[in-house]
Write a protein that binds this ligand. Structure first.
Ligand code: NAD
Ligand code: WQD
Length: 337
């Protein structure tokens, strides 16, 4: 497999993945409507990799525009499908926006792939499909029971893909990411949220003095220190899992589902402490009430990905927080810096 279409290819995880793919000499065609990203990320990816990509500003829900991309770019071997809206809270407020973007977008993409005979796809799923698991670590056989509209869209996108794979003989790798964090070691590519809903971007902005303090969402959870525990995964490790997934599609046929996490969890207080160490001062925080819909502890069992993809996380907590701080310090206004 040489030529890949990357949907949502200007986004946070895709940018890191594109650097890894370019370093392996894949030919990349990027489609993004820039609803949550900028072309600056693409420029920087090209700079870092010293390779060019071809970028099409298009919405994957627009079948005509997507068809034109497939016409201009014949012989696409496979797709990595990152494009989606991902803010859990917003999905509760505006479910139709999420179903419309994520489901309609995926349907149009899958229909266009069928039309042009493209049968290989890696899909960005999420640990959110497991909802509040009965125990940890979570493996791929755990029941699927998402608890919010965003999670439902991921569940449905997985299901539609599996049904299509069955009917059309497609080869599919579904990657269920745990909590992606951190940034590229260059400090030029990273997460640039409009508002930091996730823990680490919030902690980074507090550490940088852009916000007053972190609010810890509850310290009465049944965990080591009472705060929520998650399986944080360095985005560069996550990016490398996509390269392995593409290699898997080159060598094996079928549908494969993998957890992509480290297999261990850290609490909110452990994350704040680790961040304080790398940024050189205490990151102020205050304990507040629990956040609606949160769960105590979620971390994955990545054994299947270790064995079948030959992938495992190599970067630890220190590299995660160090790289997040490096990105934050060098780009206080994200890609507008
Ligand atoms: P991101 O918002 O940075 O990237 C998504 C990209 O898709 C953006 O560039 C956005 O502009 C684009 N996009 C959205 N809708 C589109 C559409 N209709 N047409 C064309 N482009 C569109 O998010 P990310 O964190 O890089 O996430 C990438 C994928 O990974 C998403 O599918 C997300 O659900 C999934 N995921 C993310 C996390 C996380 O915590 N970041 C965890 C698990 C899974
Ligand atoms: C982590 C921990 C919070 C912010 C979400 C999505 C999930 C996936 C990854 C896409 C929790 C606590 C957070 C803050 C806090 N995304 N926290 N103060 O909720 O595990 O997962 O992102 O697929 O679907 O739900 O990540 O980073 O929001 O929270 O105390 O200001 O930090 O309670 O324990 P979460 P998160």
């Amino acid at each position: 497999m040489k030529k890949l279409l990357i949907t949502g290819g200007a986004g946070y995880i895709a940018s890191h993945t594109n650097i890894e793919l370019l370093s392996e000499s894949y030919d990349l065609v990027i489609v993004d409507n820039l609803c949550n990203s900028t072309t600056e990320a693409i420029k920087r990816v090209q700079d870092i990799a010293r390779k060019e990509v071809r970028f099409y500003e298009a919405d994957i829900r627009d079948g005509k525009a997507l068809g034109e991309v497939f016409e201009k770019e014949p012989n696409i071997d496979g797709v990595i499908h990152f494009a989606a809206l991902k803010a859990v809270g917003e999905s509760v407020e505006k479910p139709l926006k999420y179903y419309e973007n994520n489901i309609s977008g995926s349907l149009v993409l899958y229909q266009t792939m069928k039309k042009y005979g493209v049968k290989n796809i890696v899909f960005s799923s999420s640990a959110t499909v497991y909802g509040d698991p009965a125990s940890v670590p979570v493996d791929e056989s755990f029941p699927i029971k998402a608890t919010n509209p965003y999670g439902h869209t991921k569940t449905m996108m997985e299901q539609i893909l599996m049904d299509t794979a069955h009917a059309e003989n497609w080869n599919v790798v579904i990657l269920r990411y745990f909590n992606p964090v951190g940034a590229h070691p260059s400090g030029r590519i990273g997460e640039d949220p409009e508002y930091p809903f996730n823990l680490l971007p919030f902690v980074s902005q507090v550490a940088a003095g852009l916000r007053e303090k972190v609010i810890v969402f509850g310290d009465d959870w049944p965990t080591i220190d009472g705060t929520g525990v998650r399986d944080y995964i360095h985005v560069v490790d996550l990016a490398k899992a996509h390269v392995k997934a593409i290699e898997k599609l080159s060598s094996d046929r079928g549908v494969f589902v993998y957890n992509i996490g480290t297999g261990r969890g850290y609490s909110v207080l452990e994350m704040i402490k680790a961040f304080s160490k790398v940024c050189g001062h205490e990151v102020p925080y205050e304990v507040g009430p629990r956040r609606d819909g949160d769960v105590a502890s979620v971390y994955g069992d990545p054994t299947k990905a270790n064995k079948e993809l030959g992938w495992q996380a190599e970067l630890g907590l220190e590299e995660m927080v160090e790289s997040a701080w490096n990105w934050q310090s060098k780009n206080p206004k994200g890609y507008r810096s």
